[in-house]
Design a protein around this ligand. Structure first.
Ligand code: 5GP
Length: 192
């Protein structure tokens, strides 16, 4: 790999409702590679059950802005355009790569473009739902969102789906087992 003598970088995106979280959980369990998740920072509040430093580094807006100005982020953006910032911390990635890990970033499309500019060899993967109808069904089943919120998420998802060709690979999450083995095979190309 050009970007590091030892580890490598894997970027995974997919709209909310694509089943990305389940796929990733399976990937970590099944893929026989030294995968480690990069824990992003965010200004959004923790959801019930989320743990600071594990799910995200939860920062307030001032702290986020301070770290942004200090150059602590490899990339950071206001995701969904509603005042919540998310960013990949430089040290999360550097520490993993230096330890020879395969660092996994779960970030959005704009973040992916910024990472690829800096790490052209990053393996980028986009997880697609089987269809937009399936996506809507999954979001509705979750029922954690109001109708407005659901509409907004669907709009964001459609925008993300339109940009999927930014990614080197696309995985359709139609059949979970098949999608997991496809994802594993792609991840295993890392370092080739
Ligand atoms: P959630 O708030 O549901 O955990 O995540 C919302 C969105 O933020 C997801 O689309 C996720 O990919 C994106 N995201 C999470 N961390 C980062 C990050 O560090 N950078 C960028 N650009 N997007 C992120």
């Amino acid at each position: 790999m050009v970007q590091s003598k030892r580890g490598c970088l894997i970027v995974i995106s997919g709209p909310s409702g694509s089943g990305k979280t389940t796929l990733l959980r399976e990937l970590y369990q099944r893929c026989n590679r030294p995968l480690v998740a990069s824990v992003s920072a965010t200004t959004r509040r923790p959801r019930p059950g989320e743990v600071d430093g594990v799910d995200y580094h939860f920062l307030d807006e001032d702290e986020f802005a301070r770290r942004r100005a200090a150059g602590d982020f490899l990339e950071c953006f206001e995701v969904y355009g509603r005042g919540h910032w998310y960013g990949t911390l430089r040290h999360e990635v550097a520490t993993g790569l230096e330890a020879g890990k395969w660092v996994v970033l779960e970030i959005d499309v704009q973040g992916t473009k910024a990472i690829v500019d800096q790490f052209p060899d990053a393996v980028t993967i986009f997880v697609r739902p089987a269809s937009t109808a399936e996506l809507e069904q999954r979001l509705r089943r979750r029922a954690t969102e109001s109708e407005d919120e659901l509409r907004r998420r669907l709009d964001v998802a459609r925008r993300e789906l339109d940009q999927a060709d930014v990614y080197r690979y696309q995985v359709v999450n139609d059949d979970l087992a098949e999608a997991v083995s496809q994802l594993c095979r792609i991840v295993e190309t890392c370092g080739d």
